[in-house]
Design a protein around this ligand. Structure first.
Ligand code: SF4
Length: 342
């Protein structure tokens, strides 16, 4: 349990109705986030990372989506909250940055107008003050010549500058919580590093809590204080960044770490992708959803892996949802996986 969490999520379930059946996109997710901390939610596409963040913002289509559980943000329950209440929070207290700024920025308005509009909407500032704020924010996010570039349209910005502009919009009202969904995936590596540095700098200036959604363990290593690994809509491991990266306790986390390049250790060892594909969220396998892809299920006695859903244990601190014994989790990682990682 995190001390004085700004955000507390309990048993969050998100279901979509489709012609093929009900998609269990998020299936019992719980976590806490403290003020000023960064939580990275990591997992493959379709693991429920982005759906969870859209649920926090109340951005699902209510006709096709059922959201249950609790999402308490600074004492306010967001599940079932009125749209007018959510609109007050979105953009002001909770902001979001999406992966592709080109689709998030309007091509018809200047970058400055889009920052100023967000600022005016939530603060009631005058047009003059809002434009000043736009210039201030462009300066903060490192856009050169901000007084001139404030009147540029998004297509006049490079990809990295557009993402900086999105960050300026997201932070212009000084939110308490920023959700960044794969914010650097569309950028090249050097720009990616600059954007991550910028997020860290602004976080320390504004004291914002960040949920960073990513599939990239390199981004996790750079940014996270806490990590939550998702698979098939569930949390399979959570802990501090050191715990999850240095002593991971779940075979899926081992797979994620074995599939990325490492500078230490034997660099000639081939990368090992996680075999197979994630399950359909309409028809999730019984027991552990990772069992069809897991190389370690045979070490668990009986049919437990295919019949019984493992709980996230221990309930506090570094936890994993896996039937392997604690000593097996430590031994396998140390002996078989860590040698590979170096
Ligand atoms: Fe593998 Fe069984 Fe652990 Fe699931 S519960 S990750 S199948 S060992």
């Amino acid at each position: 349990m995190t001390a004085d969490p700004i955000l507390s999520v309990r048993d969050l379930k998100v279901r979509f109705s489709t012609e093929d059946g009900v998609v269990k996109a998020v299936d019992g997710l719980s976590f806490d986030l403290a003020k000023g901390r960064t939580l990275c939610i990591v997992g493959e596409s379709g693991s429920g990372k982005s759906v969870s963040s859209l649920a926090i913002l109340g951005l699902h289509n209510p006709e096709k989506t059922t959201v249950s559980g609790e999402i308490v943000f600074e004492g306010t329950e967001l599940v079932g909250a009125k749209e007018s209440r959510l609109q007050q929070l979105r953009g002001k207290r909770i902001s979001m940055i999406f992966q592709d700024p080109l689709t998030s920025l309007s091509p018809y308005y200047t970058v400055g107008e889009q920052i100023a509009e967000t600022y005016r909407k939530h603060t009631g500032a005058t047009k003059k003050r809002a434009k000043q704020r736009a210039v201030e924010m462009l300066t903060k996010v490192g856009i050169p010549q901000p007084e001139r570039r404030v009147d540029d349209y998004p297509h006049q910005f490079s990809g990295g500058m557009r993402q900086r502009a999105m960050i300026a919009i997201a932070l212009c009202c000084d939110p308490d919580l920023l959700i960044a969904d794969e914010p650097t995936t569309a950028l090249d590596v050097t720009v990616q590093a600059q954007i991550l540095d910028l997020l860290r700098e602004l976080q320390s200036e504004f004291g914002t809590a960040i949920i960073l959604i990513t599939h990239d363990m390199g981004v996790v290593a750079q940014m996270a204080e806490d990590v939550l690994v998702m698979y098939a809509g569930r949390c399979v491991e959570r802990g501090t960044v050191r715990e999850v990266l240095k002593t991971p306790r779940h075979p899926y986390s081992w797979g994620l770490l074995s599939s990325i390049p490492h500078l230490a250790g034997d660099v000639d060892l081939p990368l090992v992708p996680v075999r197979g594909t994630p399950p359909s969220l309409i028809d999730v396998p019984p027991g552990c959803p990772f069992s069809p892809r897991c190389d370690f299920a045979s070490r668990v006695p009986g049919e437990l892996c295919t019949t019984e859903r493992p709980a996230l244990e221990p309930s506090d601190g570094h936890g994993s949802a896996c039937h392997l014994s604690t000593s097996d989790k430590e031994f396998i990682f140390t002996d078989e996986i860590q040698q590979r990682l170096g």
